[in-house]
Write a protein that binds this ligand. Structure first.
Ligand SMILES: [Zn+2]
Length: 255
């Protein structure tokens, strides 16, 4: 019963959205990554983004004026990982804070409190457990380049990871997925990447992935959506598990 009411309510929110089709079209046009989606998927992504816009507050820091276009560009990317999951994966927190450029938070690095700092790009993003996602608009606006890096996907992947506690590269798995297999495959790949980096071997995976299992999951999630071939080549078993987790075969979209 609850599910039916919830679906009815969501449908109503989608129908009542006052974002124009022109605004959606121009946001989609700014994100070439989304051209890989079918028309049906684009509609579902847009509808999920409407729900995200309804559920989260978008706040500008340092006098940044948050425009509708900025919200749409963030929401569309944030909803790509949950395209075949549900908006419920982002429940339990309220705000998306946007800084004009890289920011300096006044807290120090810690994971124990459930805070994930993203230092790769001079703190361009953060995801707090049960707290906000913080993004630097300077980084988000470059999302038009498909280079394997995607700040929004990175931070929202941390949010998925945090659904069952601190970010540790082990999000809640779907029914039928094997936890032991996930732990073994990810640990082996993470250790291998460490080994390769320490021994001067080349990898197309950003070395930031070797910072922690949580960063490994988020950096590989960026690649999964932008350049899945890199994971399939270097760690095919990780690709398979990410594909099961996100319920998407991103590789099939580009081959
Ligand atoms: Zn991170």
């Amino acid at each position: 019963m609850f599910k039916i009411v919830s679906q009815w309510w969501q449908r109503r929110l989608i129908q009542q959205s006052n974002v124009s089709e022109d605004a959606w079209s121009s946001a989609f046009a700014r994100l070439p990554l989304l051209r890989r989606l079918t028309n049906k998927e684009k509609i579902r992504l847009q509808e999920t983004a409407i729900l995200l816009l309804h559920k989260k507050s978008f706040l500008g820091a340092h006098d940044l004026e948050v425009t509708e276009e900025m919200k749409l560009i963030i929401a569309l990317q944030a909803c790509l990982p949950i395209l075949n999951l549900s908006i419920g994966w982002y429940r339990g927190w309220h705000s998306i804070i946007i800084y004009p450029a890289g920011f300096r938070p006044d807290h120090t690095y810690t994971d124990e409190a459930g805070v994930v700092h993203h230092e790769k790009r001079a703190l361009s993003g953060e995801a707090w457990s049960r707290g906000p996602v913080i993004l630097s608009w300077d980084e988000v606006k470059d999302a038009g380049i498909i280079d394997g890096e995607n700040l929004v996907i990175h931070e929202f992947a941390h949010k998925l990871d945090m659904r069952n506690g601190i970010a540790n590269g082990f999000p809640p798995l779907h029914k039928g997925m094997n936890k032991k297999q996930w732990a073994e495959v990810f640990t082996e790949a993470y250790d291998d990447l460490h080994y390769r980096l320490q021994n001067g071997q080349r990898s197309e995976i950003d070395s930031y992935a070797a910072h922690s299992p949580a960063e490994f999951f988020s950096v590989l999630s960026e690649l999964f959506f932008e350049r899945p071939g890199v994971i399939d080549t270097e760690y095919p078993d990780v690709y398979k598990l990410l594909s099961e987790f996100y319920k998407q075969d991103t590789l099939a979209k580009i081959t």
